[in-house]
Design a binder for this molecule. Sequence first.
Ligand SMILES: Nc1nc2c(ncn2[C@@H]2O[C@H](COP(=O)(O)OP(=O)(O)OP(=O)(O)O)[C@@H](O)[C@H]2O)c(=O)[nH]1
Ligand SMILES: [Mg+2]
Length: 436
Amino acid sequence: MTDRAFTRVERRPGHAPRRAVSADPLYPVSPAMPTAPHSPPVPAPVATSSAHAPIDVSVVMPCLNEQDTLAACIDSARDGLRRLGARGEVVVADNGSTDRSVEIARDHGARVVHVRERGYGSAYRGGFAAARGRTIVMGDSDDTYDFSKIEALVAELDRGADLVLGSRLRGDISPGAMPWLHRYVGNPALSAMLNLIYRTRISDTHSGFRAFRREALERLDLRTTGMEFASEMLIAAARAGWRIREVPIAYRSRGGESKLRTFRDGWRHLRLLLLYSPRHLFTWPGGLMVALGLLLLAALVRGPIVVLGRFVDFHVMFVGSLLATLGTQVLTLGLFATSWKAPPRWFTLERGLVAGGLLLAAGAAGNLAILVHWLREGFAGPLVAVRLAILALTLIVMGAQVLFSSFYLDLLRAMQAPARPAVEEDEPARAEGDDA
Ligand SMILES: Nc1nc2c(ncn2[C@@H]2O[C@H](COP(=O)(O)OP(=O)(O)OP(=O)(O)O)[C@@H](O)[C@H]2O)c(=O)[nH]1
Ligand SMILES: [Mg+2]
């Protein structure tokens, strides 16, 4: 969020700067703010962050070809700021509109920020980096949210919330404003998943109408570029221990064309929810697979068992073997994924080698037992020791995986070790040749 390299704040080119005068106390004009002599009448210009006119609230809107609705959103946001009695600005973050959006934004007194990187998330990150307000309110520029009600969101911030979300699902959704699939399937399912994994209690995780403090947001270090940015912000906020609150809001049908693609963007959200939680993606499923696999192997190694009146034999042992080896693989991937900053404290290479070595030794012992049995029989008849062989093979594969993964984890640890050890001196050093 601190990277301003991607953003370029729009100035009106080709016109000599003139000092602007604002009749509106809520939109103070900086002496540096130029106006164009021949441009159409400009509504009260937005404030800047000069020492004389600090900004209280920035309303940031991402915009991609929203010429039908942008003007109404900006006007409504200005109205909302006025009701709030705050010094405000409206920032339109655009990255490639080919219609009249940019022109409309300028004409309606918004600051336009051109973000080089494409996507909803990029637009927001650029807009936030350029915003000057202590508080930021974000929302779509498609006229679905009522910006004149930003007061309700900001009031919750003032009551101690760190992030306030407008909840459409607890509010009022106009008929046709949200497709059936989004309202009853996609949004509730993804919200439930986010709540479960990140221990939040948010009714509408995809609401784009939100408020927070700018400085706090910078610490979240958000990075995604597309629509999944909406989820990333919540995940990061939850992890940072932010107090997240919701206020019911109205949601209207959008004007213009939707930029949301249900399956592509739904998948981007889902992918993010999983990727940001290696424990849910790798550790728990992997652990479950190993436990179930070993249980099946242990139950069947001595002979077939009867379950619900049916014989269960070594074919199920194959399944157990598969689960145990696959699970070990997934578990170790989980360890790698959670160790990119630092391997867990309990891990040492020696412990890993002992664990891997024990598994290997157990597998080897199983195979040895089969061999000894065969020798004792004088190699007579066909060798049928399938159950023990499956178990032995599984333990050997698991052992080798643990062993080599331990080396890899130790390599990660070694690479993270500081290149220069910290040094403390007892006394100030005296150079040779100094007088005593
Ligand atoms: N700058 C920029 N803005 C974008 C981009 N994609 C979407 N937006 C804006 O982000 C807001 C949200 O996009 P929408 O198409 O409304 O998506 P949505 O709200 O999830 O879906 P709807 O229910 O159809 O409105 C709108 O204001 C878009 O103009 C993008 O790539 N760049
Ligand atoms: Mg929208």
